[in-house]
Design a protein around this ligand. Structure first.
Ligand code: FES
Ligand SMILES: [Fe+2]
Length: 438
């Protein structure tokens, strides 16, 4: 709605308006102003290795086809026929030479060009301009095998969009030059608003409470003490917010928990330190571990999507990323860990989803809307650093990233175009040879 200005967070007090989880008008605007503009993680190179391969995925509520052209190029196409909007692809994935609509057989190439229309001369009288009726194409770019797309012609490059969040993400996604491949996704639907799963990526305050049984079972197996509040509050990590993206990181080796925090266990059993030092430099390769993280708007805990399906409905797509260097046994271990923790039947997942449902539904209560939520933990206790990029929390447990996430949400929702959306310049030092795609 033109002229609407959303102020849903008070940065002084941490007051947060719960109607952002339940309001239909807000949801409709999120689809255009956030999911219609941002670079969205939608897939992985390894899902479409050969010419003609396609993978069906989503940009917000828009169904899209990720396809590999005959020349090896990557295409992202709106999966809606330009005639009457019928879906061309009905399968999750596959291989084909063209996309044929099952309503009236308009036929599109792997690049979305409209190649054939039945009766083009006989019933369209030769008056149809096929060159203007290709499938709508999104801009596409990749980082370390991850495929992103945006509808916005005026969006910055993916590299600028990720900004210095990549300084942290590299340690998980770019440590090895051997690459990764995606397994999955597991898919399931929960009655929650998508944002609650995203802001929770920086919420360690709940871990000793909500995950007490799962965490303590895990630590018992590892021979470590129970995960108490005391133990949590001693943790040496920090929360960092960089260009819209949330990161929790740990500085090694003081923190013995760091190795347990990795949400995507891609590391091989072999010592890969030498290669990591070459790619990322000594400091990042040996001293920093990426913990929980999310990319704006809806990537959570690594390669996992929280796809909106309505204000109170979210479809999760959970992928595991395995290393191309892993042995079959190591690949099985990656899958086992994913399934046990945050897959659809994961011990941690079941705890989380109940919280997200309660938080989302608080927006239905008129009385509670008057009170509002509080994301005020750690207000005023933040800093910046010459080495670690972003806005940093002074302690590991903080709601600094929650507040930044909802401010970023306001920036997108209130902008008329990308020209109104601020972007932090890249300032971090990238030692080593790893780049966006090498
Ligand atoms: S809707 Fe696709 S050909 Fe008619
Ligand atoms: Fe959790």
């Amino acid at each position: 709605m033109a002229g609407t200005k959303y102020e849903i967070l008070d940065p002084e007090t941490g007051w947060l308006d719960p109607s952002i989880y339940t309001d239909q008008e807000i949801y409709r605007r999120e689809m255009t102003h956030i999911f219609g503009r941002a670079w969205l993680l939608i897939g992985h190179d390894s899902l479409i290795p050969n010419p003609g391969d396609f993978f069906h995925t989503y940009m917000g509520e828009d169904p899209v086809i990720l396809s590999r052209g005959s020349d090896g190029s990557v295409n992202v196409l709106l999966n809606m026929c330009r005639h009457r909007g019928a879906r061309l692809v009905r399968a999750d994935d596959g291989n084909c030479n063209s996309f044929v609509c099952s309503y009236h057989a308009w036929t599109y190439g792997l690049d979305g060009e409209l190649e054939y229309v039945p009766g083009e001369q006989e019933v369209y009288y030769g008056e149809l301009d096929r060159s203007k009726l290709g499938l709508k194409r999104a801009r596409v770019a990749t980082y370390a095998g991850l495929v992103f797309a945006t509808w916005a012609e005026d969006a910055p490059s993916l590299e600028d969009y990720l900004g210095d969040a990549r300084w942290y993400l590299d340690m998980e996604f770019n440590r090895s030059g051997k690459g990764t491949y995606a397994v999955g996704p597991h898919k399931w639907i929960q009655p929650i608003n998508w944002k609650t799963a995203v802001d929770n990526c920086s919420d360690w305050y709940h871990v000793p409470v909500s995950h007490a049984s799962a965490a303590n079972a895990m630590f018992r197996v590892l021979g470590e003490p129970r995960f108490t509040h005391d133990r949590l509050f001693q943790m040496k990590g920090r929360a960092a917010f960089v260009n819209g993206h949330q990161v929790q990181y740990f500085k090694m080796p003081e923190d013995s928990l760091a190795g347990q925090s990795k949400s995507i266990p891609t590391a091989t059993a072999e010592d890969d330190t030498a290669e990591a030092v070459e790619r990322l430099g000594e400091f990042r390769a040996k001293s920093v571990v990426l913990g929980t993280h999310s990319l704006f708007p809806n990537t959570v805990l690594g390669f996992r999507l929280a796809i909106p399906r309505g204000p109170l409905k979210t479809e999760f797509w959970h992928f595991a990323l395995a290393s191309n260097a892993d042995t079959p046994e190591q690949q099985r271990e990656v899958l086992r860990v994913h399934t046990a923790r945050n897959g659809v039947t994961g011990h941690f997942e079941a705890d989380d989803v109940d919280n997200w449902r309660q938080v989302s539904e608080s927006g239905l209560s008129g009385t509670y809307r008057e009170l509002g939520q509080r994301v005020n933990l750690g207000i005023g206790h933040t800093h910046t650093d010459d080495v670690f990029p972003g806005a940093l929390s002074d302690r590991f447990v903080s709601e600094n990233n929650h507040r930044h996430f909802y401010r970023r949400w306001e920036e997108f929702m209130n902008a008329d175009s990308w020209a109104d959306i601020p972007l932090d310049p890249q300032k971090a030092t990238y030692e080593g040879t790893a780049g966006m795609n090498e």
